[in-house]
Design a protein around this ligand. Structure first.
Ligand SMILES: [Zn+2]
Length: 139
């Protein structure tokens, strides 16, 4: 068993198979029985891979574009539950000096509207990514 990406050798983050099922645009009977990992390297085309090294899925196999692979592109979705993009957050900051995205997402989570575990390709909450993006963008 290998925990590293067969394409670039980086250690990927373990994800629940549920998110791989939710993201794949291929028939799900190709799925193996083992665990899957997520490669966050923007320079690596591999998104998910199986720990047995037998399967690799790239963006063309998936229903969503992957934020981590296109961090600097305006059209990249960063919050997959409430549809915030790199462009929407950065233009809000440019126009008003701040963004309400973090508050909106937090309110949505409290209201039980968030579904990061099945909508965000990384399989968990986007808030860390949004906070890091806002911090970098606002310096
Ligand atoms: Zn990789």
């Amino acid at each position: 068993m290998s925990k590293t990406c067969p394409t670039n050798g980086a250690l990927g983050k373990r994800v629940d198979t549920q998110i791989v099922k939710a993201m794949l645009s291929l028939p799900l009977n190709i799925l193996g029985v083992g665990n899957y990992r997520f490669c966050t390297d923007p320079d690596c085309p591999t998104v998910y891979y199986s720990e047995d090294g037998q399967q690799v899925f790239v963006e063309d196999d998936l229903r969503e574009r992957i934020y981590q692979k296109h961090v600097n592109e305006k059209e990249s979705t960063i919050c997959y539950c409430f549809n915030h993009t790199v462009g929407s957050i950065s233009s809000e900051i440019t126009e008003s000096g701040k963004t309400t995205a973090v508050e909106e997402i937090t309110a949505g989570i409290k209201a039980g509207q968030c579904a990061c575990d099945i909508r965000n390709p990384q399989g968990d909450c986007c808030l860390g990514n949004v906070r890091a993006f806002v911090k970098d963008f606002s310096y």
